[in-house]
Design a protein around this ligand. Structure first.
Ligand SMILES: Nc1ncnc2c1ncn2[C@@H]1O[C@H](COP(=O)(O)OP(=O)(O)OP(=O)(O)O)[C@@H](O)[C@H]1O
Ligand SMILES: [Mg+2]
Length: 288
C-alpha cells in the first residue's frame, strides 16, 4: 500500500483535481484498488465528486450514506478524535464500510466534514494527532479486508497537525504548480519550512507537476509556460543542496476548461488520458 498526497500552500493550484484524476486513472485505467481521503475542511473534493449542482444537493445514494456516516460518528475526524483522546499506539476505533464510501469496486472514498475547520482549536494533544495517520494506515492495511494499492490524501492549502501526519507518512508528495512566478519561489519556501518541521523531510519522494499549463495546439507548451517550468527546475537545484530530493516533470497538465466536468464522472475522461498516463509513468518510478 503506497501513500500519495498533494500539497501546496498556494490555493487553487490543482491539488484536488490532480489527486482525484490520478486516483481515478489508477482505478479505472489500471485496475488498482484505490482509496481517496478528503482532509480539507473546505470539502472541495467531496463536493466536486458528489454534489449535484443542478439540484443543489448531494447525489441521492451518497447523501443517504453521508448522513448516516455523520450521524453514526463514523467520519475520519471521529476516528482521529477517538485516537487523540485514547492511550497507546493503536486505534481503538473500527474502520468499516460506514467510514468508507464505495464509489465502485476499485475506487473508495472517505469524505471530509466541515467540522474539520475546528480541528486546530479543538485538539489538545497535537503530538497524538501527528501520529494518527500512521496508526490509521497500519490498522487499515493489517486488520481490515480492504486491500488498497494506493491511498491518496487531498490536503488543504494550510499546514496543521493532520497535514503534518499525512505528509510524514506519504511515500510520494505531489506538488502542483501553475505557470506563474510563484512556481519556483513557492516550492522553495514551502519545502524549506516543511523540512524544519517534519524531521526528516522527506521520508517521501517529491514530484513537482505543472498544472494549468498553457499549450499551443494542445501539444506544445507556450514559451511562457516553458520558462516557468525551467524556473521550477532551477528551484529544484537549490532545494537539493539542502538534501531534499525532488523531481520536476516535463509532463504537464494543460489548462482545459472541461477538467471540472471530468471530476464526478465514473469514466476517466479520454481527453486527459494521455497526460495522466505520461504523468503516472514518471510518478510510478518515484513511488515504487
Ligand atoms: N488543468 C486545469 N485546467 C483548467 N482548470 C483547472 C485545471 N486544474 C484545476 N482547475 C480548476 O482550478 C480550480 C482550482 O483547482 P483545485 O480545486 O484542484 O485546486 P486546489 O489546489 O485543490 O485548491 P485549494 O487550495 O482550494 O484546495 C478548480 O476550479 C479547478 O476546476
Ligand atoms: Mg483542494
Amino acid at each position: 500500500m503506497k501513500i500519495i498526497s498533494a500539497i501546496n500552500f498556494k490555493g487553487g493550484v490543482g491539488k484536488t483535481t490532480i489527486t482525484w484524476l490520478l486516483a481515478k486513472f489508477l482505478a479505472v485505467k489500471n485496475q488498482k484498488n484505490v482509496l481517496v481521503v478528503d482532509i480539507d475542511s473546505q470539502m472541495c473534493l467531496t463536493l466536486a465528486v458528489h454534489f449535484d449542482e443542478e439540484k443543489g444537493r448531494f447525489k441521492k445514494d451518497f447523501e443517504s450514506w453521508y448522513l448516516q456516516h455523520i450521524k453514526n460518528k463514523k467520519t475520519f475526524l471521529d476516528a482521529l478524535e477517538s485516537f487523540e483522546k485514547g492511550k497507546g499506539n493503536f486505534l481503538d476505533y473500527p474502520i468499516s464500510a460506514s467510514m468508507i464510501y464505495k464509489m465502485s469496486e476499485k475506487l473508495h472514498f472517505i469524505p471530509s466534514t466541515d467540522d474539520m475547520y475546528w480541528l486546530e482549536s479543538d485538539i489538545s494533544n497535537r503530538d497524538r494527532v501527528k501520529s494518527f495517520v500512521k496508526v490509521f494506515l497500519n490498522k487499515l492495511e493489517h486488520t481490515t479486508n480492504f486491500d488498497y494499492d494506493y491511498v491518496f490524501f487531498d490536503c488543504p492549502a494550510y499546514f496543521n497537525a493532520l497535514t503534518h501526519s499525512v505528509l510524514s507518512n506519504s511515500d510520494l508528495i505531489i506538488i502542483p504548480v501553475n505557470p506563474d512566478v510563484f512556481a519556483s519561489t513557492d516550492i522553495n519556501e514551502m519545502l524549506e519550512g516543511l523540512s524544519r518541521r517534519i524531521q526528516p523531510l522527506p521520508p517521501a519522494k517529491i514530484g513537482v507537476v505543472m498544472n494549468k499549463a498553457k499549450t499551443m495546439r494542445d501539444v506544445y507548451l507556450t514559451p511562457e509556460s516553458k520558462k516557468f517550468l525551467k524556473d521550477a527546475k532551477q528551484a529544484k537545484t537549490s532545494i537539493e543542496h539542502r538534501g531534499i530530493s525532488i523531481e520536476v516533470f516535463d509532463s504537464c497538465i494543460p489548462e482545459k476548461g472541461d477538467i471540472k466536468k471530468a471530476m464526478p464522472t465514473e469514466k476517466f475522461p479520454q481527453e486527459f488520458e494521455e497526460c495522466f498516463s505520461s504523468l503516472w509513468s514518471k510518478l510510478k518510478g518515484l513511488v515504487e
